[in-house]
Design a protein. Structure first.
Length: 266
């Protein structure tokens, strides 16, 4: 029960930071609550915990989500700008879903490589560094102007979001960085990133985690509630921090620290 509470809290807080909450779950589970789960099982459990923060972001953006659902069902009556917005969300979700499934299959195929805790930690650290580089590349761009949400931008954004299937690549960090490189303003990119989390998390759990629902336990419930509560409590303050701080330094520093710790262990 305590483990479920902690893992849920980690998901609830890490989801809003440009670090991979998936990687944080894997690291905490591997180093503090080891129980013989395979690497692919750890990834599936981390994806399952995203349902808690999905509920949190849905509650936080409820007015926006409600309006979006209404507009989807009245698509033919919308103006071109609103149609482009919905098309953008759909293309990004489909693209990232396809790429994410491919990457997850690759990770699953080579999961025997990740039987050692140190290997897992180093693997995550390397991809955290990649996330830091992506964030740094956008933090040094000049202030973006308003741009249209075209199909091409959607495909590229979907590619960046799909990379988050790799533990250590932050979904929000990679997606925001990708949109930043495309010239989309940071404020708009942040909002789009959170809205985009809703369909991709739902699809990922429907496709990958049917067993988790069939074997739903009290521990699952506690973990989801913990992720929801901590996610809802921290989303506002952490969104403000993301807007003001250069998180590429934070992510890069954390990755280097993780590598140093493992070097000492080795």
């Amino acid at each position: 029960m305590f483990e479920s509470l902690i893992l849920g809290a980690v998901q609830g807080i890490a989801e809003w930071l440009p670090v991979s909450s998936e990687a944080m779950i894997v690291l905490v589970k591997t180093n503090f609550f080891p129980n013989g789960m395979s690497f692919s099982e750890l990834i599936s459990y981390a994806i399952f915990l995203h349902l808690g923060t999905l509920l949190a972001v849905t509650v936080y953006y409820w007015k926006h989500v409600k309006k979006l659902i209404i507009e989807i069902f009245s698509y033919t009556q919308l103006n071109s700008e609103k149609k482009n917005y919905i098309n953008f969300l759909a293309i990004v979700t489909i693209t990232s879903g396809i790429l994410g499934m491919i990457l997850l299959k690759i990770v699953e195929h080579y999961e025997n490589f990740f039987v050692n805790d140190v290997v897992i930690n180093i693997f995550v650290a390397v991809f955290l560094i990649i996330t830091a580089v992506l964030l740094y590349s956008t933090e040094n761009k000049k202030e973006q102007k308003e741009v249209s949400l075209t199909g091409k931008r959607a495909l590229i954004t979907g590619f960046f979001q799909g990379l988050a299937a790799i533990p250590g690549i932050s979904r929000s960090g990679s997606t925001v960085a990708g949109m930043g490189l495309l010239g989309i303003k940071k404020e708009q990119a942040l909002e789009l990133s959170f809205i985009l989390s809703i369909p991709i998390v739902l699809l990922a759990n429907i496709i990958l985690n049917s067993r988790e629902f069939l074997n739903f336990t009290t521990e699952h419930f506690v973990a989801l509630i913990s992720a929801f509560v901590f996610g809802l409590l921290t989303i506002e303050i952490l969104l403000r921090i993301v807007r003001k701080i250069r998180f590429s330094y934070f992510v890069g520093g954390f990755a280097v620290l993780l590598l140093i710790i493992n070097f000492v262990i080795l």
